[in-house]
Design a protein around this ligand. Structure first.
Ligand code: ZN
Length: 237
């Protein structure tokens, strides 16, 4: 009698295991098919200016969750104020660019003023990371030939952008999201600011949607592959 009960129990249990294995196999196949059909259509770079700010950590969480990298053009005075958030950005493998110390309009400064705001910011970045930034973004995107000559001398390539959802002005996550999703193309450098809540909320939706659309989200240096000091870049052509 005991043998029969044992046998029946054994049969029931092994049937359950078989079914469970089959279900796992089916889920596995489906997942594999999903991964295989996700076609990468090209790379794009998300860039965040004017931080570290109040929403930088939340944005870092989104990027981490989806395992993507971005570029942060930081202000020296903001790094000095929030060194922990800045270091977290670096630890997560994001690229750091120089965005001056106080967001100065560069052509309005004296030549030594331009050198000073760049040097002070770079010194702090280097002190915290042991790495000198290779890229810079002029505040407001404003620069002249003089600034280009200075950046060449200092070893910076100048990174502008090809897609501007005007997040700093709109302050509406749905409008920022819609603008990016409707206009994004391969090779784009997207301008955002990690100091607004609406930008964080837009990014939380944008990152999975862009991945779903087939974009590989990379840093500016990964996107452009090779950059030259003093040269201005808006997108990967
Ligand atoms: Zn800025």
């Amino acid at each position: 009698m005991n043998t029969i009960i044992f046998f029946i129990t054994f049969m029931v249990l092994s049937t359950q295991t078989m079914i469970a294995n089959q279900v796992n196999q089916m889920i596995g196949d489906e997942y594999q098919a999903m991964v295989e059909t996700r076609e990468i259509i090209g790379t794009i770079a998300l860039t965040f200016d004017d931080g570290p700010g109040r929403y930088t950590d939340a944005i870092l969480d989104v990027l981490y969750e989806h395992n993507v990298k971005a570029t942060f053009f930081v202000l020296g005075h903001a790094v000095q104020k929030s060194p922990d958030t800045f270091l977290r950005t670096v630890e997560h493998g994001h690229e750091i660019g120089n965005h001056t110390w106080f967001h100065e309009n560069l052509p309005k400064l004296t030549p030594s003023g331009v050198f000073e705001t760049m040097r002070r910011t770079a010194d702090l970045i280097e002190q915290l990371t042991d790495k000198f930034p290779a890229t810079m973004r002029p505040p407001f995107g404003i620069f002249g030939t003089r600034e280009q000559v200075i950046m060449e001398e200092l070893g910076y390539s100048m990174i502008l952008w090809s897609l501007d959802p005007r997040d700093w002005e709109l302050r509406n996550s749905q409008q920022i999201y819609d603008y990016v999703m409707e206009n994004v193309r391969c090779g784009d450098i997207i301008l955002l600011h990690d100091i607004h809540e609406s930008t964080y909320k837009a990014v939380a939706k944008l990152v999975p949607s862009l991945i779903e659309k087939g974009f590989d989200l990379v840093t500016v240096e990964q996107l452009l592959e090779e950059t030259r000091p003093g040269q201005v870049y808006r997108r990967r052509d």
